[in-house]
Design a protein around this ligand. Structure first.
Ligand SMILES: C[S@@+](CC[C@H](N)C(=O)[O-])C[C@H]1O[C@@H](n2cnc3c(N)ncnc32)[C@H](O)[C@@H]1O
Length: 356
């Protein structure tokens, strides 16, 4: 299958104008991807959870050994200016209220043994996270709830493509006042930290520089993806990204037309966001059911009968279904204008993945 100016041997399950979704083990599929061809790998692997979920979590003691070959392949396929963004949830060690270090071991291994740079460590705070683990938090009340994932932004070289101006956040009310009336509101002085605060701070740059703490609730409950999963009796993927998370990194780290890959695609949130932002995308996912259901993200405007026919095709051997017109937009109100999405994060993307 030709994608951009390169070629995959495997036939995709489905494709769109911008992307292709493949069923298979991503280690095998990665082997088909040429060297130095991908701008961003945005992904969330199965975490090292002690309670096994449906999608094959790996024991924390074996985790680094398991994930390292994926890291090596990703390093090979990334362009020199490319990045890998890896979302890893925290975990506890077995039987004791002490934390696993697996996500930090992954970080060290990827940098020390594969050659990645740690461009920046991000933290995804999900205020809607339920308290867990039950034993230590709910029952014995000896630990706080764990509501933050580590999101490692790795780069292949020291200077990856990145522009933080594309993900500016809304100014606070205080900052808006400062911009409107710099002289009356603020008297220039030196802060205890040594920073000079002058009226230059009152320049309107269109928004504030975001921090590396991304506060994004994972509360998608009424999207077309969920509605269509219910309608067709499919299980929703149990560990989906909120669309804002890949949107933040895709905007900051890629240009229109660049290629984004998710090697643990799940319900293909990454492909959906990439499509909305007019990036090329590739998604790999082991579980055919998850990937087949992910088509619900792209079929807005089709009748239920057509969606049913598309699904039947996805379960047939020759799949390779082309969705010729998708209705992807991060902001459903602007679904015909994919790039009408305001720059930013959090509240700017409150519609989440609700846009099929
Ligand atoms: C945490 S989920 C990703 C969810 C995704 N970010 C989303 O928004 O739907 C991890 C996924 O990796 C898939 N997976 C696990 N091992 C894999 C492998 N070797 N190759 C491809 N996919 C794999 C699982 O089936 C699961 O759907």
């Amino acid at each position: 299958m030709v994608w951009g100016n390169t070629e995959m041997r495997t036939t995709p399950l489905y494709r769109t104008e911008c992307g292709q979704a493949y069923v298979g083990n991503s280690l095998d599929l990665l082997a088909e991807v040429p060297d130095d061809s991908i701008d961003l790998v945005m992904t969330s692997p199965p975490f090292a959870l002690r309670r096994q979920k449906d999608y094959g979590n790996v024991a924390e003691t074996k985790y680094v050994h398991w994930i390292k070959p994926f890291g090596q392949e990703i390093f090979r396929v990334l362009k020199k200016t490319g990045s890998l963004v890896l979302d890893l949830g925290g975990a506890y060690r077995s039987g004791v209220p002490s934390r696993s270090l697996y996500n930090f071991r992954v970080l060290l291994t990827f940098c020390d043994e594969i050659g990645f740079h740690l461009a920046e460590d991000f933290y995804w705070f999900n205020p809607a996270k339920l308290p867990s683990p039950i034993e230590w938090v709910n029952i014995r009340k000896m630990r706080a709830k764990d509501a933050v994932n580590t999101v490692w932004w790795f780069s292949k070289g020291a200077f990856p493509k990145a522009d933080v101006r594309r993900v500016l956040t809304p100014y606070s009310d205080r900052m808006k006042k400062l911009i409107a009336t710099p002289n009356t509101f603020y008297s220039p002085r030196k802060r205890p930290s040594g920073h000079e605060i002058s009226v230059g701070f009152a320049t309107d740059n269109g928004g504030a520089i975001p921090s590396n703490l991304l506060s994004i609730p994972n509360t998608e409950s009424n999207s077309s993806y969920i509605r269509l999963c219910r309608k067709f009796g499919h299980r929703c993927h149990p560990a989906r990204f909120p669309a804002e998370l890949p949107a933040f990194f895709i905007k900051m780290l890629t240009d229109r037309g660049d290629t984004v890959l998710d090697i643990f695609g799940g319900s293909n949130t990454t492909g959906f966001v990439a499509e909305a932002l007019e990036r090329r995308w590739l998604t790999f996912e082991l579980n055919r059911e998850y990937l087949a259901s992910s088509i619900f993200r792209f079929v807005g405007g089709h009748s239920l009968e057509t969606v049913s026919q598309i699904l039947a095709r996805l379960y047939s051997d020759e799949a390779d279904y082309l969705i010729s017109s998708t209705a992807c937009a991060l902001d459903p109100a602007n679904r015909t204008k994919p790039n009408a999405v305001p720059l930013g994060q959090g509240t700017l993307f409150t519609a989440g993945a609700a846009a099929v």
